[in-house]
Design a protein around this ligand. Structure first.
Ligand SMILES: NC(=O)c1ccc[n+]([C@@H]2O[C@H](COP(=O)([O-])OP(=O)(O)OC[C@H]3O[C@@H](n4cnc5c(N)ncnc54)[C@H](O)[C@@H]3O)[C@@H](O)[C@H]2O)c1
Length: 395
């Protein structure tokens, strides 16, 4: 099969690798030339070894006519700089694609988008040149659910909903050759709304777990002990581990999409709204916790891990960074250990240190995200008080 992937961020890169592993031909498109250059120049780039091994992989900055693709997977970013939904990259990508589509080609919207976007806004772009969706070309919503910090060996079912029944059938046929498990649903909007539900659910629960943790800590209980105890209940409970706040772009985006959806449906998103407000207060709560733990004397903090969640390499949308900035603004010295970075571009976050340049003792060490170096640093007992706010079950 010939698979075209539009948007080579972490998600598109993963799609490209998985498609090549399954023996498909891949054309990977990214509007950002420097992203394509990295595939060739960076030995750690997941696509580099396929390129060097002359795998059937083409890289381009725009779609070309006559490519004869079976499917185009749209996975461009959809979060604006302010954290709200911005669908303009999908519009732009589809606009460039529309004149190039092959007869019978499937277009899959895998970016996170509000319910009904595929059926209305994106369908209109594909039909702007006179083609009919469901006859000449096919269109589905198949929102991506990957956790980039997890192993790719773990198979995640793919929900696929078409704009027409024929689109769903074509989507299922194609995705059965791309993933292990395909879950057809009644419509594109069902697929989009399911993604919104999954991630808004996560947002609300993590916000609750973080808020609850402060009350437990204030009462002299270790929040992680309480979560671990509750997690032994075999039904009706799901463990969310206390963290520094909610990071990444996708989970907060879904909570915001749901709040917007409530406005358009003239309903109320009181719980999600409260969770968004609660999460914005996370740095204040953690400062209070630091002060309580250090007897009000905290001046020097070691922050371990700046990625947006444990074992992710990316520091974009990092709640640890938001916390670091907040603590620096309050006059604390913040040293940061993050092996994925060689320098800190943003001076407002504190100072990047390494195992060699650690300035211990610190009043408090905060595990903001686990990575391969955190355990060894903690063994050196950099602080008398250690708060595990990694949001994950390790240690
Ligand atoms: N990263 C995650 O953990 C995750 C998980 C599930 C779903 N998602 C969703 O998947 C989508 C992609 O996520 P990501 O993290 O890979 O995004 P990203 O923003 O990191 O990468 C998107 C890439 O698309 C490129 N791009 C933008 N406009 C383009 C265009 N018109 N043509 C070609 N390329 C274009 C950008 O240059 C960039 O390299 C988003 O909607 C996100 O919400 C992300």
């Amino acid at each position: 099969m010939h698979v075209r992937i539009v948007g080579l961020g972490p998600i598109g890169t993963r799609f490209a690798v998985e498609s090549l592993e399954r023996g498909h031909r891949v054309t990977a498109i990214d509007i950002d030339q420097s992203r394509l250059a990295r595939v060739a120049a960076d030995r750690n780039d997941p696509l580099n070894r396929y390129r060097e091994a002359n795998a059937p992989l083409e890289l381009a900055t725009q779609p070309s006519p006559g490519a004869g693709c079976d499917v185009t997977r749209i996975c461009v970013g959809t979060t604006g700089a302010d954290g709200d939904f911005d669908g303009s990259s999908v519009d732009f990508a589809l606009g460039a694609l529309e004149p190039m589509l092959a007869k019978g080609e499937l277009v899959a919207i895998e970016s996170t988008v509000p319910p009904f976007s595929t059926q209305t806004r994106f369908r209109a772009i594909l039909e702007s040149g006179g083609r009919i969706v469901g006859e000449d070309v096919f269109l589905v919503a198949a929102p991506e659910r990957t956790d980039v910090a997890r192993s790719r060996d773990e198979s995640i079912p793919k929900v696929v909903g078409g704009v027409t029944p024929a689109c769903t059938r074509r989507g299922v046929e194609i995705f059965e050759r791309l993933v292990d498990t395909v879950v057809p649903v009644r419509s594109a909007a069902v697929a989009e709304a399911a993604k919104m539900l999954e991630n808004a659910f996560r947002f609300v629960n993590v916000a609750f777990a973080n808020e609850f943790a402060e009350a437990l800590a204030a009462a002299g209980l270790e929040p992680r002990d309480v979560v671990a105890a509750a997690a032994t209940k075999p039904f009706g409970f799901m463990a969310f581990w206390p963290g520094t706040g909610i990071g990444g772009d996708c989970v907060p985006l879904a909570a915001r999409l749901y709040c917007d959806f409530a406005v358009t449906t003239q309903t109320e998103a009181a719980i999600a709204g409260a969770a968004l407000r609660s999460d914005a207060l996370a740095p204040q709560r953690i400062l209070r916790r630091i002060e309580r733990a250090a007897g009000g004397q905290a001046k020097r903090v070691l922050l371990l891990g700046l990625s947006y969640k444990s074992f992710a390499r990316s520091t974009a949308w990092s709640p640890g960074a938001r916390l670091a900035r907040f603590l620096v603004e309050r006059g604390l010295q913040v040293d940061i250990i993050e092996p994925a970075l060689t320098r800190l571009d943003d001076g407002s976050l504190g100072t990047l240190v390494t195992a060699e340049t650690l300035r211990q003792p610190y009043d408090v060490a905060i595990v903001a995200a686990w990575n391969e170096e955190v355990g060894a640093i903690l063994e050196r007992k950099p602080a008398t008080v250690v708060l595990d706010l990694s949001g994950s079950p390790h240690v």
